[in-house]
Design a protein around this ligand. Structure first.
Ligand code: SF4
Length: 229
């Protein structure tokens, strides 16, 4: 089995988007209870070298040469930054005059070794899902030693020097961050991070919707409240 996988090219705001996963299996620094990919058997935040990357890069180049693509969205099975070739992948895409968007939970955004790589992306997506340290440990189950405080400060630090578009996805989870008090906390975190765009999301995956999903009514109210800040 190869390392990369692709989704069919789709259109978003008139742009032709190629979505790519650059990990052979799940590698993440978190092990969220609601992860759509499954459990993290490889909790990691340092880079790994995967076999066959030269061929994967050639195939990506061919995809870009053969198709009209405006933006490549790196949306991987976990934390894309742990692929040791991530920088080369971004360089290749940029050399074709194509924009790059990188999705990450955002914890590594503030790390010195990753910042120059992330800075090369035109857009990045970071996430916020909980507002207390206890909930962070309980439902996002990060690598030992990680804290919510550092998570937020990493994104703040990164965005202070980032020139591209920072998109922050706020995930609303029933029982964890859906009270008015939590929403106020989320708003103050958003102010600190100061993203260019905010996306409010909720549990849509059927496996977790019943336990962690919120009603349409509550979701509308929370979305309005957050997007009006
Ligand atoms: S951060 Fe994303 S990929 Fe990683 S465990 Fe959580 S939901 Fe899964």
């Amino acid at each position: 089995m190869g390392v990369f996988s692709y989704k069919d090219i789709y259109k978003e705001d008139g742009k032709r988007v190629l979505e790519i996963n650059i990990l052979p299996e799940k590698y993440c620094n978190f092990d969220c209870i609601f992860c759509p990919i499954g459990r993290s058997h490889n909790k990691i935040d340092t880079q790994l070298t995967f076999d066959g990357m030269d061929n994967e890069l050639k195939e990506l180049e061919k995809m870009l040469d053969d198709n009209k693509v405006d933006l490549v969205f790196i949306n991987s099975k976990g934390e894309a930054l742990v692929n040791s070739k991530v920088s080369d992948i971004i360089d290749l895409i940029k050399s074709k005059g194509v924009l790059v968007r990188l999705l990450s939970n955002g914890y590594l955004f503030g790390r010195e070794e990753y910042m120059p790589i992330i800075n090369k992306c035109d857009e990045v997506v970071g996430e916020i899902k909980v507002v207390t340290e206890v909930d962070f440990q309980k439902i996002q189950r990060p690598i030992e030693g990680y804290t919510l405080k550092e998570y937020i400060s990493n994104m703040v630090k990164f965005n202070k020097q980032y020139k591209g578009k920072f998109i922050l996805e706020v995930g609303i989870i029933k029982g964890y961050n859906d009270t008015d008090e939590s929403i106020d906390k989320i708003k103050s975190i958003i102010k600190e991070i100061s993203p260019d765009k905010i996306i409010v999301a909720r549990m849509e995956d059927e496996r977790f919707k019943k336990k962690l999903g919120i009603s349409d009514e509550r979701f509308d109210a929370i979305s309005k409240s957050i997007l009006n800040i």
